[in-house]
Design a protein around this ligand. Structure first.
Ligand SMILES: [Fe+2]
Ligand SMILES: [Fe+2]
Length: 476
């Protein structure tokens, strides 16, 4: 197992000290990262003690420490999952050959692009969430927000390490640029659409961590299969941390629904939950529609020669390529999918390699549905007949086959005018946003207390009670 060095400027298990040049370069990047964090990280809490988990190794038991830390002092480190001995490329044209420890020249640009695109999402989400602490529904949730934020910061470190260690000067320039783009900025936006969308309230935050972090999971699973071994090892460890982010989303939305169900019963089912200070189910459905569709776009076009190339050359596999698929070349096979042909919806057989984005999206959709089922069980248990659903994957898309056309949430083709006229029924409108804002004007900083629109969690973090002082908030 790799040994961990925790007492240097940059905690790591990659023996950074043995490569002085790399160490110096990363130590030079570090102050820029901290500047970025102070500027774009959680607003208003940089001086407070937050009870956080910090990765200190990659051992499946005990890979993290928990304790109070001021966020700017967080020990962002570089951790790669342990090397798999004699690991072979598991798919594509190079299948069976030894994995690459260095970047092959012919794949250099493509790999750099993949790493930069993944890396860019990490600081982007911190930027999107930077004001949420000011309206937190509880100290428990505040802590979870910050946990997600610092770990996205660490994921940025993970990608920057690869850029610095394997891509020379270009890599260093890309690492700088990762700190210069800004979510939602019109001049220098983040690379991917969903990461430029505003995340202005806690319902969006829970939806984001459920749907958008889950896209992250699938991208990381696909990269974990990569023939470029350092990328595979980095992403495998990132997945360990990512699980908590999706937990925050799944339980967060679940608690909103639980509280809504209680209020619906109080209101007498036909009553107006909003009047009781809860979030009504139609509003919840609209936010599901929004963040699910934005996240579906992140998988890219349904038919993609890039995706075919990534698979052929071993750069990016399918999720759980080894475990879940019997055949790994994906040659001489087709995949049946919906496409647009002459303005109409049609079914087409596409060469499997060209359908790899869609195959990954399929796994994602199944995984998303699991949470929906769970949330619906909460409604069922409360005796409420309404159900929440995932909209059709054609609804509200900006990429690929359905990017230029409009569909209803149940997948029927409609005109752009019809869509525009009904948009506010399906996606959050201004009134919905204002309503959520009105619910979330004041933060709840008293340990154990919850905002009215949210049920308490089932338990606290790491055996601490729910009313633990997860953030020692300095009111001064
Ligand atoms: Fe991440
Ligand atoms: Fe995440």
């Amino acid at each position: 197992m790799s040994s961990v060095v925790n007492d240097t400027k940059i905690p790591n298990n990659v023996d950074l000290a043995s490569d002085k040049k790399l160490q110096r370069a990363l130590e030079q990047w570090q102050p820029s990262f901290i500047d970025w964090w102070l500027q774009m990280g959680p607003e208003g809490f940089q001086k407070d003690d937050v009870w956080l988990r910090t990765a200190v190794g990659v051992d499946s038991e005990g890979w993290a420490n928990f304790g109070y830390v001021k966020m700017p002092d967080y020990r962002w480190g570089i951790f790669l999952a342990d090397e798999v001995k004699d690991r072979k490329i598991g798919f594509g044209d190079e299948m069976g050959k030894a994995v690459w420890k260095e970047v092959p020249g012919e794949h250099r640009n493509t790999l750099r692009r993949l790493i930069v695109t993944q890396g860019d999402t990490e600081p982007a989400s911190v930027e999107q969430q930077r004001l949420l602490g000011l309206t937190c529904p509880s100290v428990y949730d505040l802590r979870n927000l910050f946990q997600v934020n610092v770990e996205e910061g660490r994921h940025l470190w993970a990608m920057v390490y690869l850029l610095h260690s394997h891509f020379g000067r270009d890599g260093r320039e890309e690492a700088e640029a990762l700190l210069q783009r800004r979510s939602g900025d019109s001049d220098k936006p983040r690379i991917l659409g969903a990461f430029n969308e505003p995340c202005t309230n806690w319902l969006s935050f829970f939806m984001f961590t459920y749907f958008t972090d889950r896209d992250g999971k699938y991208q990381l699973l696909a990269l974990a299969e990569s023939a470029f071994d350092p990328l595979s090892r980095t992403t495998r460890f990132m997945l360990t941390e990512e699980a908590h982010h999706m937990f925050v989303g799944e339980t967060g939305v679940g608690r909103v629904i639980e509280r809504t169900a209680q209020l619906m019963k109080e209101a007498g089912l036909s009553g107006d939950v909003r009047k009781l200070g809860g979030i009504d189910l139609p509003t919840i459905q609209k936010y599901i529609n929004l963040w699910y569709s934005l996240s579906l776009d992140l998988f890219g076009g349904e038919v993609s020669s890039n995706a075919a190339q990534f698979f052929a050359s071993g750069l990016k596999g399918r999720a759980h390529e080894e475990k879940e698929f019997a055949e790994h070349t994906a040659l001489n096979q087709t995949y049946k999918m919906n496409v647009m042909r002459e303005g109409k919806l049609a079914e087409e057989e596409v060469p499997l390699r060209n359908a790899m984005n869609e195959v990954l999206r399929d796994s994602y959709v199944v995984d998303c549905q699991r949470g929906l089922n769970k949330w619906n069980r909460t409604l069922e248990a409360a005796g409420i007949a309404d159900r929440l659903t995932l909209p059709s994957r054609r609804f509200h898309r900006h990429q690929g086959q359905f990017g230029e056309v409009c569909f209803t949430p149940d997948g029927s083709l409609i005109t752009k005018d019809e869509f525009a006229a009904r948009r506010g029924e399906w996606l959050p409108n201004e009134a919905d946003e204002l309503f959520l804002q009105s619910l979330m004007t004041k933060p709840v900083y008293e340990p154990g207390k919850m905002a009215n629109w949210l049920a308490p969690p089932a338990r606290g973090i790491k055996e601490k009670p729910i009313d633990y002082e997860y953030v020692r908030y300095d009111q001064a």
